[in-house]
Design a protein around this ligand. Sequence first.
Ligand SMILES: [Zn+2]
Length: 188
Amino acid sequence: MAYVCELNPGHHVYLDNQGNQTTIITTMGMPGQQQQASNTMTTGPWTAPPEAYQNAGGAIFKLFTAQGEICIYVQGNSVSMTGSVPSIVGAQQLSMQQTTTASTTTMPSMQPMQPMQPMQPMTMGNMQMTMNPMEMRMGDMELKINTTNQESNTVSQAPHPTRQFCSQCGSKVTAEDRFCSNCGHALA
Ligand SMILES: [Zn+2]
């Protein structure tokens, strides 16, 4: 069970209780320039939803646990647990909203994705593979696919396929034959 509280626009505090641990995540700043700090404290399991108060100096979160009340003091991204209850006279109580989890995946504004690094050559045993142009090396064997080459060029540069059949009668002939041994057709 997690709770979120907005102290100021762009300044959120998430409280999550899992077993004996209370996790406090503070996020500050506008989306894309967020600073995030996570603190985990041993508080014991909560017995009631936390309460949040805000005064001039920061925010106070009251946790109700089996061991009694615990106060968490949040100033900016700094979080401290205090045994003595700070004065909440004049402090404004903040509403806390229940949220599914305080994990970073459900943050309203995620950290911007880092740009993808260019792909590194992939190595697997004695096999190495790089993309664009595609190259593959496996032992002494090398395979290179240059995508800029037209496929038709590759075909026209290829040696003539071995002649196997006479174009006239269809008899089997070899590449060395100048005439068909069956019908005498000139195998040009
Ligand atoms: Zn023939």
